[in-house]
Write a protein that binds this ligand. Structure first.
Ligand code: TXA
Ligand code: MG
Length: 351
């Protein structure tokens, strides 16, 4: 398949290009598009055939439900039943934005889109290319992150091209994602909102609005046997780098010293060694094959924004051993570490 790549400027939207992208979706095709979190791989959410194509293009198990993206509040009621006052309060506060809410689904949403569940995940993204595109597509775009299953979510069109060129009809290049981590997922079907996947919007921020919040134990990386995460996608080891990834936790000096010893040891064994550091610490490391700063500890948003690109670079450089500092920052730290710990397969050393 020939994949058309179209550049669109968020500040000067080309409406003809958006219309052409919308037409692809209306005809049952697939278009990757930018959002503020990560790039999405879009298809018509109300068309079972389009959802099947999405799973096929990603190489993803079809029991993993898709998020339905909308561009205006009234459309929520078309796909979701039993929308509570709490959900309306969260939508008022955080939509458009990096928040996905789970509701009981209406019959119009095919089981193919929800992985056979009776519930549906809905999000209104905060990116004008995304909203115009969803509108031009008929209003309901099912979209997982636009990576091949097992790779980090794409935060630029170049990442999407790496994974999806030749597999989908069109890729909209709208520049780099501002947030860089997937949305926070909150289950709104119970009395207390439950965080299923942490993201830029923290549980505390939800609690500030509703005065209550619960967390699915899977959020804290609890992998107890028999404990199934409520978001089916959270059970998969999302992304494993080709090399072995280890997270090193502890006081900064001890972490730096430990990692430096491992660099030396790894190189002696003929391994290619990658380091994921921060602006504050990158200057302390010597001789690593690849030394990347993910951003400044002082600026946790920069860490979230760059994490996936850095993980992709480790693969591109054929790194055998990756040592990462931990990034337990105040607000988004839980989301950042949730993704990093998964990528490391829970390989953590406390020094
Ligand atoms: O930021 C995002 O959410 C991005 C952009 C493109 O919007 N999308 C995204 O989609 O991350 P995906 O498919 O990679 O992750 C969706 C997660 C999966 O873990 C899935 O299991 C969960 O949402 N999910 C979807 N529908 C659900 C439902 N009805 N109940 C529980 N979990 C659900
Ligand atoms: Mg994903």
């Amino acid at each position: 398949m020939d994949t058309k790549i179209v550049k669109i400027d968020e500040n000067a939207i080309d409406h003809e290009a958006i219309k052409a992208a919308g037409d692809v979706i209306k005809k049952g095709g697939l278009v990757a598009f930018p959002t503020e979190t990560v790039y999405g791989l879009g298809g018509n959410a109300l068309d079972p055939g389009a959802s099947r194509k999405i799973y096929e293009a990603k190489g993803r198990p079809s029991d993993n439900p898709l998020i339905v993206h909308i561009y205006r509040m009234e459309d929520l009621y078309e796909v979701a039943a039993d929308v509570s006052n709490d959900a309306i309060k969260l939508a008022d506060k955080f939509w458009p934005g990096p928040l996905t809410m789970i509701f009981n689904k209406k019959a119009i949403v095919p089981g193919e889109t929800t992985g056979g569940l009776d519930t549906v995940a809905v999000r209104m993204p905060d990116n004008s290319i995304a909203s115009e595109f969803i509108k031009a597509s008929g209003g309901f775009v099912a979209a997982p992150s636009a990576n091949l299953s097992g790779r980090p979510s794409p935060t630029s069109a170049a990442h999407v091209i790496e994974d999806m060129d030749g597999r989908i009809d069109m890729i909209i290049d709208g520049g780099s994602s501002v947030i860089g981590l997937e949305s926070t997922i909150v289950d709104m079907t119970g009395d207390v909102p439950m965080i299923l996947r942490p993201g830029y919007i923290s549980g505390e921020m939800v609690k500030d609005v509703l005065f209550k919040v619960d967390y699915d134990p899977a959020v804290f990386g609890d992998v107890t046997e028999g404990l199934r995460p409520k978001a089916p996608g959270m059970k998969y080891r999302h992304y494993a780098p080709k090399g072995e990834l280890m997270i090193i936790k502890g006081d900064r000096d001890l972490v730096v010293r430990y990692i430096q010893e491992r660099i030396t040891g790894g190189l002696e064994q003929g391994k290619r060694v990658g380091i994921i550091a921060t602006d504050e610490t990158a200057g302390y490391y010597r001789d690593a094959t690849l030394l990347k700063s993910v951003g400044a500890r002082e600026d946790e948003e920069s860490i979230a924004r760059h994490l996936y690109a850095v993980l992709r670079e480790c693969d591109d450089s054929d790194i055998d051993l990756i040592f990462s500092e931990d990034f337990d920052t105040p607000r988004i730290g839980q989301a950042i570490m949730n993704r990093l710990i998964k990528a490391a397969g829970h390989n953590i050393v406390n020094v």
